[in-house]
Design a protein around this ligand. Sequence first.
Ligand SMILES: *Cc1c(COP(=O)(O)O)cnc(C)c1O
Length: 323
Amino acid sequence: MSKSSLHTQTPLIKSEPLSQKFRGSVWLKMESAQPSGSFKLRGIGNACATHAHRGVKQFVCSSGGNAGMAVAYCGRILSIPVSVIVPETTSARVIDMIRREGAEVTVHGCSWQESHEHAIRSIGPDCAYIHPFDDPLLWSGYATMIDEVLQQGLEPDVVVISVGGGGLLCGVAEGLRRNGMDGVPIVAVETIGAQSLAASLDHGTHVTLDGISSIATSLGARRVADAAYTVATAGAVHSVVVSDYEAVEACLDFQTDHGVVVEPACGASLSVVYNHIEILAKYGNILVIVCGGTGVTLSQLKSWHDELPLKQGTTVRSARTVR
Ligand SMILES: *Cc1c(COP(=O)(O)O)cnc(C)c1O
């Protein structure tokens, strides 16, 4: 079994609507086009293929979202049974989507942390636990995104990504490093109420949030991975925090411009180019990782847009220009 066969190569497109607003070019890496609906498949596909090669008999995962979807997809393709532990907050729609991939879903705990602890306790000897963000196998899978962008002919001047537990951050940093592009800055975007990286950078130490209040559930890790905190403090990483409202609005703008529905977790990155392009004014080629997400529908996005307060003063945390 080829280790690279689980994820798919995704389109890299120049956004005309976004580029026309701006002197430079905005490039979109369309990870929403992965068969499981998000970039997670690159990392989780790498982890699952590696464990399958070692002969494991079952995959266990804790995630009420795109990691669960990706593990379920990999299990079906590799013919390995999958058990996904999801928190009570997971929507019936997502549970249904994971079950349709043939995985067994158990609802346990009121947050991801509790599902995670339950999952860890339930793993047997021939069983691989697939962590949703804190695993070097995930990061090296995510790094293929940068390899692929270069093969597709783009050398980005800056990369915009969303941050939950920081797996994507570690992977993009690894991809840049292994292609000799360590100096390329990464804009790491979170939403208010899920800003575990920004809070750590503000405090100057790696902190754990008390809770998550953002609707961008895929960004809802109370504490980023140690490696993500290290990457963010050591390298050219710029932390930005946007409001839920801005993230949802960017999802709707993106749907209008490019016809694709993505989660607010992805809208967070998009809102930097839709609403705060000025902080990237000095860059010619801006690469946005359109991380995707299958957790929402267009009507859900529209009702959030109508219901969410326009939250004043909740724009970009570092409204300064990214250097
Ligand atoms: C998982 C996920 C994220 C966050 O990724 P991390 O590796 O946890 O930082 C962002 N957006 C989407 C759509 C995701 O599925």
